[in-house]
Design a protein around this ligand. Structure first.
Ligand code: ATR
Length: 285
């Protein structure tokens, strides 16, 4: 049972973190429970991580959210990993428990909560395409299988990373890889998840229209400007629904908050506020 830790410090670590919405989200959750939360942002270089984590714990640090590019880097710094962090081979939540850091991963459960509870999507028996095989894809793949999808096809530009991901899932009956250059030969999917980082770079994401039908739900794990290109593709391909990663961001934060505070926040009002902010910034859903 998680324990409420009223005087502890919390933070998000990554590089960069200047635009991270995590402090806003966690402070809004804390307000709902009248908790005076101390939650900051910390940009770190990889070689600073071990010492910084030790100092943060010594100064009363109780929990950290871990964002890009350190979700895998922090694994050796954990004494313990939860089962879901082990399966995802990535950590987005650190809790300081009994003198050591425990690593957990709430990204997968956050995605499923957003799709099922907020958007009312039935994931059972869905034929699913996962684009990408980096940290983000590792984080959500086990949770998608647990949610009951029928098939998980993983496609990545570099095929060996897709093979690694599917090997780690140990579900040969449902999860398999296909080559990126064969994307136009795979038929259409009920669910297409963009877990590539293409939207954050300049290279662009080129996808065939035939992957989608009028029943397809297209989901980008990114939000804001990073999600514009995939969302434009999904609309032009005639997808039934196009969802970005803002809801998942709020839901994974809610799960971390619960781990640390032992109480569940209401996510809808926080999501609505952030959505208005993203729309105001010009990156419209
Ligand atoms: P993250 O933690 O966000 O997943 P990552 O581990 O660097 O970041 O992984 C980025 C993913 O996006 C990879 O699957 C990458 O493909 P490669 O493994 O072939 O590099 C994918 N990716 C990035 N840019 C892409 C592009 N323009 N088209 C297709 N895939 C892309």
């Amino acid at each position: 049972m998680p324990l409420r830790q009223p005087h502890a410090h919390f933070a998000v670590i990554g590089q960069p973190v200047a635009h991270s919405l995590s402090p806003t989200i966690h402070k809004a959750f804390a307000q709902q429970w009248s908790i005076a939360l101390d939650y900051s942002r910390q940009a770190l270089d990889a070689d600073q991580l071990p010492q910084w984590l030790a100092e943060f714990a010594a100064e009363g640090g109780a929990g950290l959210n871990v964002t890009l590019p350190y979700k895998q880097t922090v694994i050796p710094l954990c004494r313990q990993l939860t089962a879901r962090a082990q399966r995802a081979r990535a950590v987005n939540t650190l809790s300081y428990i009994n003198g050591h850091w425990q690593g957990d991963n709430t990204d997968g459960i956050g995605l499923i909560a957003d799709l099922v509870q907020r958007h009312g999507i039935d994931l059972r028996e869905r034929r699913t395409l996962l684009l990408g095989a980096g940290g983000a894809a590792f984080g959500v793949a086990p949770a998608l299988l647990d949610a009951g999808i029928a098939e998980l096809v993983v496609c990545n530009r570099s095929p060996e990373r897709a093979d690694d991901l599917v090997d780690a899932l140990e579900e040969p009956a449902r999860a398999h890889t296909r080559y990126w250059q064969d994307l136009s030969e795979l038929g259409h999917f009920d669910l297409i998840i963009n877990a590539t980082s293409a939207g954050r770079g300049d290279a662009g994401l080129t996808l065939p229209i035939v992957l989608a039908s009028s029943h397809t739900v297209a989901v980008d794990l990114g939000y804001g400007h990073a999600a514009i290109e995939f969302s434009a593709w999904a609309k032009s391909a005639g997808c039934r629904q196009v969802i970005d990663g803002l809801g998942m961001l709020v839901e994974q934060a809610a799960e971390s908050f619960y781990l640390w505070q032992g109480v569940r926040p209401e996510t809808d009002p926080v999501y609505a506020r952030l959505r208005a902010h993203v729309v105001a910034e010009g990156a419209i859903e």
